[in-house]
Ligand binder design. Structure first.
Ligand SMILES: NC(=O)c1ccc[n+]([C@@H]2O[C@H](COP(=O)([O-])OP(=O)(O)OC[C@H]3O[C@@H](n4cnc5c(N)ncnc54)[C@H](OP(=O)(O)O)[C@@H]3O)[C@@H](O)[C@H]2O)c1
Length: 271
């Protein structure tokens, strides 16, 4: 596989544009090698022009010419898209296919692509749009290390990348892809607490966001367990233990953990 393979991005919505921008702006991927396809190209023309990539409605040409096809359409649109591409023969050269569709497993992708097509399932999240994302990859059978490297190279400009077995993908979707929405709610609640204690709202939001960022960075950068870091800031008879006990009275741990469990269950049914 070439260092910068010819890339088709099918579906140029929120995620397709975020990944494309990361590749062109942050990793120096040659824009001339990217062909994005969408059913509404006129609506996205300005974005495509700014990135310098080709954008069209011509999904067959994009797929036929690509070494890597990145599927960024909604799960409900995948079956018709893949069946049409397979029937028209434009996937016969067996490009590497990378799908970010939630709840859509490798077996489904395999069933709707030509036999022997190399497949990788990926689960990014919306912080990818500011290059603070997390993407988990699951390679299908027969995917070579070079092909997996090519899939990794699509997401590394957007944040962290991790490989996991496909059996974990619904949990990954509930925690990592839905997770930012849960954090936004928690962050909003932290800020409300500050407002209740008299802080101006803008100040409260900034303090809550920076505390969240700082705490997350401490976990990632030190590799230490969150409980150990929490114990270190909990002075006996101090204000932090008083606040923690109030949170525990509200069953904060089980409420948050059950939210992830529920999101993962729903993710499993999306495909
Ligand atoms: N957003 C997230 O946080 C997130 C995170 C992880 C994974 N994902 C996955 O990423 C995928 C895309 O999500 P998104 O939020 O980027 O969706 P989106 O903004 O709706 O973008 C998808 C785009 O693809 C177009 N499209 C539909 N069928 C097509 C076809 N046959 N050929 C070309 N373009 C087609 C859509 O047009 P229409 O609007 O007319 O359908 C739309 O413009 C989904 O499968 C989702 O599960 C999303």
């Amino acid at each position: 596989m070439s260092h910068h393979p010819k890339l088709a991005i099918i579906g140029f919505g929120t995620m397709g544009q975020a990944i494309c921008a990361g590749l062109v702006e942050a990793s120096g991927y040659p824009a001339s090698l990217i062909h994005a396809v969408d059913v509404h190209p006129a609506a996205m023309k300005a974005r495509a022009d700014a990135l310098g990539i080709r954008l069209s409605k011509d999904v067959e040409t994009a797929a036929r010419e690509a070494e890597v096809v990145l599927l960024c359409v909604k799960p409900k649109d995948l079956k018709e898209l893949l069946s049409g591409l397979t029937a028209s023969g434009v996937l016969d050269h067996k490009p590497l296919m990378v799908s970010i569709a939630a709840g859509t497993n490798l077996a489904f992708l395999d069933a709707h692509t030509p036999a022997g097509t190399p497949l990788v399932r990926a689960m990014p999240n919306t912080p990818c749009s500011i290059r603070k994302g997390m993407t988990v990859l699951s390679p299908g059978k027969g995917v070579t290390e070079a092909q997996l490297d090519a899939a990794r190279a699509l997401f590394e400009p957007l944040g962290r990348v991790m490989d996991l077995e496909e059996k974990h993908m619904d949990a990954v979707t509930g925690l990592s892809a839905s997770g930012p929405a849960f954090i936004f709610v928690i962050l909003e609640a932290l800020a409300e607490g500050g407002v209740q204690c008299g802080l101006p709202r803008g100040v409260a939001v900034e303090l809550a966001a920076q505390a969240t960022l700082g705490a997350a960075s401490m976990v990632l950068e030190t590799g230490r367990h969150p409980a150990a870091l929490k114990d270190e800031v909990t002075t006996p008879a101090g204000c932090t233990i008083a606040g923690l006990l109030a949170l525990e009275d509200g069953r904060i741990r089980s409420v948050v953990a059950r939210g992830i469990e529920r999101a993962a269950q729903v993710a499993g049914g999306l495909g």
